[in-house]
Every structure is written in C-alpha cells, then in structure tokens.
Design a protein around this ligand. Sequence first.
Ligand SMILES: [Zn+2]
Length: 270
Amino acid sequence: MQSAQTLPILAYHSIDEFGTSISVSPEVFRRQMQWFAAHGWKTLALSDAASRVRAGRPVESRSFVLTFDDGMQSLLTHAAPVLAEHGFCAATFVVTGLVGRPPEWYRMPDPYRTIPLLDRAGLEKLADLGWELHPHTHDHPVLAHLPFEVQADQIGRSQSLIQEWFGQRGGVLAYPFGQFNADTMRAMEQCGLVAGVTLAFGSRLDPAHPYAWPRVGSAWLKGSNLRQRLAVTGWLERYVALRSLVKKGRERHFQQPTAETTRGLVPLGG
Ligand SMILES: [Zn+2]
C-alpha cells in the first residue's frame, strides 16, 4: 500500500482585474509566483505528479503543481508570461465543446459570460509554451447528475479531442463544479484516466484514491505570504480540519441527548 504524499496542486481560473471569486489579479499572481521562486519551490508537471504519486515514488519537497480550470484567455495574456519568467510549467483543463466560445455555464455576472474561452489556436500556443492540456469534459455539465453512459461520453470525448487536436494524452480530469460520483470514477477508469482533481481544499494526495485528489484553490493563497506558506505546506489544511472537528464536537456536545446520540458517546469535557 503506497502512502499519501503532500503535494499542493494549485487551482486557478482567471488572472484578471474583475475582482470576482474566480479572479486573481495579475499583480497578486505575479507576487505569488515570485514567492514560490524566491523560496526554492519548483513546479512539477501534472502528468508527472499523477504518475509519481500513483506509483508511490516520492516527490521532492517544495514541489507544486499549477492548474487552471476552463482554458480562459487570461492564461495567454497574464499567466504564461509570468510562468515563463520563472521557468514554471502549468496545466489547463479544457472544455472541448466550448473552445473559442463564451463559458455559458458561468452563473456569475458579466464580463465572463461574454469573453470567449481560448480557441484551438490559443490553446495550441499554450501547448507550444510547454503547457499540458487535460480534459474538463465536453460541455461542462454537473457529471454527478448524469447517467453513466453520458458521463463516459463527456469524459471520453473531451480526452480524445485533446489527443487529436494537440497530441497530448490528457490523463487527468478536473470535475466541472468539483462534483463527481461513483459512476464518474467508473467512466474515468474505462477511459484510462490516471487521476481526477476536485475543488476540495487540501494537499495530501492519496494513491489509493487518485480520482479524489484535493487542490489548493486560489482563494486560499490570497492575503499574506504567511497564509500562502501555510496553505502550501499543509499547515492551513491541518488547522481547517482541526477547526471542523472541534465544531462537530461542540455541535454534538450541545445536542439534546437522544437514545441515538447517547449510545457509546464519550462525554466531551464534562
Ligand atoms: Zn470549470
């Protein structure tokens, strides 16, 4: 049995000045990347990370993975130049049925709904710069709401178009809206995908559950350098887990006792 490793997979969407929940401003993004470079962190390609963790081969400390969901235009204009300065590599998850078209699924105000995602030529440019392209399904549906056959088609089609268009294997899936179920994982296995990344917060990657790897969302990196350091070294994750444990304990403690809750219940602090 291989053991879990700490490897932060950062999850960004767009690098822009719109100030939405999925935006990171170019200035903040530049500072974040500078911090990693200045502290000796190095990027690991997503496909490399997936095969290493799955095989139980240790990743070097201070390794991290950069991912960007949806293949937005700002990757070319604002992310790629900064990454090139530091020699960092990255991956983006492509919605193959919507390349060059606006992300109609965005339930948020303009301007996102009107700005087209990168088209094939734009994605090709990223690939030429060394970016990895991985599937994000064909139409960006909530996979868990769909029957198995439709899920398999969404995943398989996205992966084979990436292969056909860019000659890349696209072995890692990012779940639209971070949602998946047992059928999703069965479909991924059938398509030969090696890993799946969620929107859950964390950096412990368990080789026994490669289709449920958490990531460090960009919101966790906003703020001070200290917060960024805590987020990528796993300390913030431990703190969040501890806090939710304490909260659960408190809720349990203040519940009206019933036969169900008192059976085998250890009293909490009297
Ligand atoms: Zn998405």
